[in-house]
Write a protein that binds this ligand. Structure first.
Ligand code: SF4
Length: 218
């Protein structure tokens, strides 16, 4: 169990390493982040950033997306995987945003979860990045893996449990950016197949590294 001063050290070290704790998905409008996040499920942010400019140029408003043929949306997002479901969700969510939310992306978890294709990860990202709600935790594969290695969670792979455990210990004003920094760290250093512990700023605080290191010494 990490003590508050060590949690603070981890948060600070990542902040120093990645001063810009921002989402790597590109967007101009709030709903574009919502749909980019939907497209990012089982896909890379890089790939999503390649397809969204053409998608949002062809359908430049919520009205245009709400009236779009799902089959045409599919053509723009084909390379993102699960394109049929994602296209259906984007069109249906656009229609719901217009009919029930006056064309705005809602600002509560409860309302966000009503939108087709929106789960807690997407909802938390919207709450944190668009509405700057404190205390949100965006749980993705990087977050689950690195927090387990560090010892910030009990090693759970369940996103809901990881979210609950991290919400309880992370400083509310830092948690959103911290999650974005975990993604950057997961890509650059703590990679899934081969974590580069020798060059990791979190090494002094990492349970995994300490365990491995103590075995080396024994
Ligand atoms: S020390 Fe190694 S395992 Fe721990 S967070 Fe850093 S790269 Fe990942």
């Amino acid at each position: 169990m990490k003590q508050p001063d060590e949690i603070f050290s981890i948060v600070t070290a990542l902040k120093d390493e990645y001063p810009e704790g921002i989402c790597s998905l590109q967007y101009d409008k709030d709903y574009e982040l919502l749909f980019a996040t939907r497209l990012a499920a089982q896909c890379t942010d890089e790939r999503v950033n390649q397809v969204t400019p053409a998608l949002f140029a062809r359908f430049p408003s919520l009205d245009a997306l709400a009236e779009a043929e799902v089959s045409e949306v599919e053509q723009y997002i084909h390379s993102c995987g699960f394109f049929r479901t994602k296209a259906k969700d984007i069109v249906a969510a656009s229609q719901m945003l217009l009919s029930e939310f006056e064309g705005r992306v809602p600002h509560t978890m409860e309302e966000l979860l009503r939108l087709p294709g929106v789960g807690r990860k997407t909802a938390n990202l919207i709450l944190g990045d668009i509405y700057h709600v404190p205390g949100v935790v965006i749980v993705d594969t990087h977050c689950i893996r690195i927090c387990a290695l560090l010892g910030l969670t009990d090693g759970t792979k369940d996103p809901g449990k990881a979210e609950t455990q991290l919400r309880a210990i992370l400083p509310a004003e830092e948690s959103n950016d911290f999650c974005h920094r975990l993604v950057l760290h997961g890509r650059a250093v703590c990679r899934a197949r081969r974590p580069d512990c020798d060059n990791c700023t979190l090494r002094p605080h990492c349970d995994f590294f300490q365990r491995e290191h103590s075995q080396d010494d024994s």
